[in-house]
Design a protein around this ligand. Structure first.
Ligand code: AMP
Length: 215
């Protein structure tokens, strides 16, 4: 089973990813998480992608495609499939994924598309607080994290992502509209798109995900 999560930053993909991974026991491949982990560790990959992330720009296709396709050949993915979160993000990436999967005799099960209006996305992004280790998230105003800023799920530090600063968040939304939104039509044309209404709290959105997957 290969499921893609598509949608603008702040639309709730990461939160729903955690629930889906628990339910279907398949690996969660989040390109954003991979890049942030490498940045924190100061690896050569982290250094290579640092400026793109801090400016809210996309990492070049060639690098992302190489990274994800290599991950897709690992035994856990071959056995269980994968949840792709944040990939593909351009038409080049979508085409490369599609070519790779057909060579492997595999198919995408569904592309879940999460959408929300821009004003709601900005409110969510600039108030977002995340656990650096497990990725659990809160909102400064609407769902504040523990006052200790220690994650009560895993004990990691709760932080604000650098790229959630207002200026960068606006740039990320602009980049999303220009480069990623065209994938909505691309997957719709291939009969794979399932729309998820992303308003409401995480359990309401989880119900919408369930409905979309069963449709
Ligand atoms: P995310 O956590 O998915 O919002 O990703 C954070 C940042 O990582 C993005 O703003 C991009 O700079 C980079 N990134 C993540 N996934 C991709 C991708 N598929 N293609 C290019 N850049 C990506």
């Amino acid at each position: 089973m290969i499921v893609i999560l598509l949608g603008p930053p702040g639309s709730g993909k990461g939160t729903q990813a955690k629930a889906l991974v628990k339910r279907f026991s398949f690996p969660h491949i989040s390109t954003g998480d991979i890049f942030r982990a490498n940045l924190t560790l100061g690896t050569p990959l982290g250094l290579e992608v640092k400026s793109y992330l801090s400016l809210g720009q996309l990492v070049p296709d060639e690098l992302v495609v190489r990274l994800v396709l290599a991950r897709l050949t690992e035994p856990d993915v071959v056995e269980h499939g994968a949840l792709l979160d944040g990939f593909p993000r351009t038409l080049v990436q979508a085409q490369s994924l599609s070519d790779f999967l057909s060579q492997q005799g595999q198919k995408i099960t569904a592309c879940l598309y999460f959408d929300l209006p821009d004003d709601e996305l900005i409110i969510r992004l600039i108030g977002r607080m995340v656990c650096r280790d497990c990725g659990r998230n809160w909102h400064e105003k609407f769902n504040p994290p523990p006052s200790s800023l220690i994650c009560d799920s895993c004990g990691g530090s709760v932080i604000k992502r650098g790229d959630d600063a207002e200026e960068t968040a606006i740039e990320r939304l602009k980049v999303y509209r220009q480069q990623t939104k065209p994938l909505v039509d691309w997957y719709e044309e291939r009969g794979l798109l399932k729309r998820v209404q992303s308003f409401g709290n995480p359990s309401e959105v989880a119900l919408a995900v369930e409905k979309a997957l069963n449709s």
